[in-house]
Design a protein around this ligand. Structure first.
Ligand code: NDP
Length: 310
């Protein structure tokens, strides 16, 4: 079976080697091989150009090299082919670790000590808040959000969740849904972790009204998608509220422009979309297992609800 691999990342060669090793009985092409695109049955992709998808008239399955699938759904030539996205334990662990690191940086006042170090100042201690006295609101309880919530709960934090639809399973913490309950969720959270996908509904969901509903002294961690946060509204909010902190891993435009004022703000931590980078070996293993499932059954269920957009 002909498989196309397309990935613009710096480690694309490493990916290619691992994929070829695992799918050893298949023909794996890159665009450099100039394959007959109409013969491609499977595509393993990230940020595939729209015109290439158009030429792949007989593609049966699209594998996303990450957990997000907006890079496929946003292509005008996408024709509802099944999408398999990564649901990898390693990514979940990485995400939970990243969130915890940002939470502890805030909770233990490490920003203040770092500033003091830069000024060679031995400052007085600041008593940190205990885990049991912090409520963390997890916005989006999908594959990554659920794992992060359970890890934080184990550490003794109070956790509340917010999701799109009515919960059908039992959670070990309160879970809200429905836009009417968003304010309640925000009022009750000392820290809000955004783990939402990019959809039409979530576009600029974090705007001035959302920010005003959060506690004045609080932390917002955005590890979902940049499109969910209105950066202009955030910048204004940060200027007005010096006790309000943000940790941003994803942005409206990536890489973040040098001219963006967020770079220089003292209550902002910036990381370059690294919260949960894809692990090559486990990801390839996962893709291969899904591929075998397809070969066995002759079809595969779309991981994505095309109506919801995630
Ligand atoms: P899932 O698709 O498994 O879960 C998405 C969650 O968001 C669901 O709980 C869903 O609710 C909820 N949701 C969607 N739309 C809304 C809405 N309008 N209002 C409230 N809740 C909503 O995604 P994952 O957990 O796997 O991943 C989440 C996102 O994390 C990815 O889409 C991607 O954008 C981002 N990501 C970031 C990375 C990074 O390095 N920064 C790496 C990997 C992913 P419901 O359960 O009710 O449907």
């Amino acid at each position: 079976m002909s498989i196309l691999f397309y990935c613009p990342w710096h480690n694309q060669n490493q990916w290619f080697i691992e994929i070829k090793k695992k799918f050893k009985n298949e023909k794996i092409f890159t665009l450099q091989d100039k394959p007959h695109l109409s013969k491609i049955k499977f595509a393993i992709i990230w940020n595939l150009p729209n015109n290439i998808l158009k030429e792949m008239k007989n593609v049966k399955v699209l594998f996303s090299l990450g957990a997000g699938v907006d890079h496929i759904l946003n292509l005008s030539n996408y024709r509802s082919q099944p999408i398999i996205r990564l649901k990898d334990k390693v990514m979940a662990e990485r995400m939970a670790n990243h969130v915890l690191s940002q939470l502890l940086f805030y909770q233990l006042n490490l920003n203040t000590y770092l500033n003091a170090q830069q000024r060679k100042k031995w400052i007085e201690d600041i008593e940190p808040i205990l885990n049991q006295d912090i409520t963390i609101g997890i916005l989006g309880l999908g594959f990554l959000g659920s794992f992060t919530s359970s890890q934080l709960k184990k550490l003794g934090y109070n956790v509340i969740g917010f999701k799109y639809s009515k919960p059908i399973k039992n959670y070990s913490f309160p879970v809200l849904y429905n836009k009417n309950n968003l304010k309640k969720f925000l009022h009750n959270s000392n820290v809000v972790v955004n783990m939402l996908p990019s959809t039409q509904e979530t576009k600029h969901m974090i705007n001035k009204f959302f920010l005003r509903a959060m506690k004045k002294k609080s932390l917002l961690i955005n590890v979902g998608r940049g499109s969910t946060l209105n950066e202009k509204d955030l910048t204004i909010h940060l200027k007005k509220n010096k006790q309000f902190y943000v940790s941003l891993d994803v942005f409206e435009k990536e890489p973040l422009l040098k001219s963006n004022p967020l770079w220089k703000m003292s209550n902002v931590i910036i990381t370059p979309h690294i919260a949960s980078i894809t692990a090559i070996d486990t990801a390839v293993e996962y893709m291969y297992s899904k591929y075998c499932e397809y070969l066995k059954n002759g079809r595969i269920k779309n991981d994505i609800n095309l109506v919801k957009g995630y």
